[in-house]
Write a protein that binds this ligand. Structure first.
Ligand code: TEU
Ligand code: CA
Length: 572
């Protein structure tokens, strides 16, 4: 049947609450601060607002370690603020999406405090506890060799009960045991609680990790120099995942709710289709990591591997065509709170190219098949923190732990690793939002300074300068999002075709629906490209189809001899 839905025709704005807007001068973003900027978000033209976690948390991992699913983290506000936020979003015709972090909790959650208290605790089975192994010479060892994403073993020894517990992330983030029906019931209750309060859906944190291979086997050691091999084949898209997602899908469907699952470590669209196929009634869409991991080297995220346009073309085309042909759906993103800024990473933050890069990436991403996600500041062309910032500026445990475990004692790796961290570390996306050229970029009125340093370009790159400037990156994003609304059939429901695949600098694709075809041309290079329009495209141009140009669609090709000259980082 016709699988048209409101969330396929929507775009999403992601807010990182700690860094968005501080209303009470403590240097930490908060909910009243977000409420004060809802008109700004509405002006961008997005339909959905997704907040990274605001529930009670010790903030070991910036709220992705929840200690109470029914209370708001006090520095962000209280339950009344939450109601006011939801009401303010709904009053502007937008919807609110909550970040649901249920693969793990904080170690301060009452459930875990009970669980670790004794072998007989009624909460013991809410988490994943295993007996130690012992080596031939009697040394105690973790139950298997899996590593944590934040360094070290994925198992933490608990003296009191002489067992280890699993934590795929920080030791303060114990994994819930989804095999236990009471855990699933507790999660369903959390979902219903917030849906009843007006939340319109969820972004589900590492949701494809919730079903683990119950043998917890050792991962094959590909490279003995690495202490902990990647165990993700034993917990990413595990044996009971779809059973669990079907249960949650039933609740989501009762409310016609939005859902996007974060699914790291899985690059096979068929596997993700099992969760996002329209007929599956599980999730609406998923964040896959294949594009994000293209510039990860052999040693992982902070090792280098230059992103190549041809790889980007093949990966994007794979996901675009597969989901279209199989009635699935894509979550389109180039930035979020876990990634470096896309202008710096995929184009150029050099001042002469920066705005053009932002507009080119907006065109490239925003006109693809799927639901586009804009991360706070991406609409302003914000970029990574400056070259001169040293390691002491890092705040995020992912980078700090990695540095301390693998790099600190190897000076020969410092320069290269710092370069990779400046490009991809999560702090890049967590610097305070730049509202104006005033003190603290008007993120906070003080007296407290922001919890993390502000980038040094805020006097020239901020919302105040862009919101009413028709040539700004902000207004360009607004026009791209509006273009999707104007041509819903083509840009939302149309097919995707890669064009001129072998071109070294241009990423060209078309979107088609019925008789209408739009051709999107993005120059990913700093070169002026004289593009000879391929024969399969020129008839499209010449019969008056849509040629997406800066700011408005053009009805026919701009040049007489079938050639288009593309400026550096320009998009047509
Ligand atoms: O991220 C999961 C995840 O895979 C990321 O840690 C990713 O591997 C890395 O950050 C960048 O490649 C989710 C949240 O988005 C992240 O902020 C949390 O730290 C993590 O889960 C644990 O909850
Ligand atoms: Ca505050």
């Amino acid at each position: 049947g016709d699988s048209r839905t409101w969330w396929k025709e929507s775009s999403v704005y992601q807010i990182y609450p700690a860094s968005f807007k501080d209303s009470n001068g403590d240097g930490i973003g908060d909910i009243p601060g977000i409420i004060s900027q809802l008109d700004y978000i509405k002006a961008l033209g997005v339909d959905i607002v997704w907040l990274s976690p605001i529930l009670q948390s010790p903030q070991v991992d910036m709220g992705y370690d929840v200690s109470n699913y029914y209370q708001i983290h006090p520095p962000y506000g209280n339950l009344e603020d939450m109601d006011a936020l939801i009401q303010g979003i709904h009053a502007r015709g937008m919807k609110y999406v909550m970040d649901l972090v249920v693969n793990h909790t904080s170690d301060q959650h009452e459930w875990f405090r009970q669980s670790r208290s004794s072998l007989e605790s009624e909460f013991r089975d809410w988490y994943i506890w295993k007996k130690p192994k012992y080596s031939a010479d009697g040394v105690r060892q973790p139950p298997n060799n899996w590593g944590s994403y934040f360094g070290g073993s994925a198992w933490e020894y608990d003296e009191k009960t002489d067992q280890y517990y699993l934590h795929l992330f920080a030791t303060e983030q114990p994994d819930l045991n989804w095999e236990h029906p009471e855990v699933r019931a507790a999660v369903h209750q959390i979902m219903r609680h917030w849906l009843v309060k007006g939340v319109n859906g969820f972004r589900m944190d590492v949701i494809n990790f919730i079903s683990k291979d119950q043998q917890f086997p050792d991962a094959p050691v590909a490279d003995s120099s690495k202490p902990y091999p990647d165990g993700s084949k034993y917990y990413a898209c595990g044996p009971r995942l779809h059973e669990y997602l079907q249960d949650m899908g039933k609740i989501l469907n009762e409310y016609d709710a939005f859902s996007v699952g974060e699914m790291p470590s899985v690059y096979d669209p068929a596997e993700i289709l099992n969760a996002v196929g329209f007929d599956r009634q599980e999730l609406g869409m998923a964040f896959q990591f294949e594009i994000m991991d293209l510039d990860h080297g052999p040693e992982g995220k902070f090792s280098s591997s230059k992103l190549r346009l041809k790889d980007l073309k093949s990966v994007v085309t794979k996901w675009q065509t597969f989901m279209y042909e199989n009635n699935g759906w894509n979550a389109l993103y180039l930035e979020n709170h876990d990634q470096g800024r896309s202008i710096s990473r995929f184009a150029s933050a050099e001042s002469k190219y920066r705005a053009l890069s932002g507009k080119m990436l907006a065109t490239f991403l925003g006109l693809q098949s799927g639901t586009p996600f804009v991360y706070q500041g991406q609409e302003l062309g914000l970029v990574n923190f400056p070259e001169e910032w040293g390691i002491e500026k890092l705040r995020d445990l992912e980078a700090i732990n990695f540095w301390n475990e693998f790099i600190r004692d190897k000076p020969e790796l410092h320069k290269q690793t710092l370069k990779e961290m400046r490009l991809k570390s999560r702090d890049n996306a967590r610097l305070p939002m730049q509202w104006g050229s005033g003190k603290f970029a008007e993120f906070t009125s003080g007296p407290a300074a922001p919890w993390i340093d502000i980038n040094n370009d805020y006097q020239t790159w901020n919302a105040a300068l862009q919101i009413s400037d028709p040539s700004s990156v902000f207004q360009y994003w607004a026009k791209i999002l509006r273009l999707r609304k104007t041509w819903v059939d083509v840009f939302v429901y149309g097919s995707f075709t890669l064009i001129d695949e072998s071109h070294d600098d241009l990423f060209v694709y078309s979107r088609s629906f019925g008789e209408t075809t739009a051709v999107v041309v993005a120059n990913f290079s700093a070169k002026i490209v004289d593009w000879l329009v391929p024969s399969e495209v020129s008839p499209i141009f010449s019969n008056g189809s849509i040629l997406v140009g800066n700011y408005e669609e053009r009805k026919s090709i701009g040049k007489k001899d079938g050639r288009v000259t593309m400026s550096p980082f320009e998009a047509l």
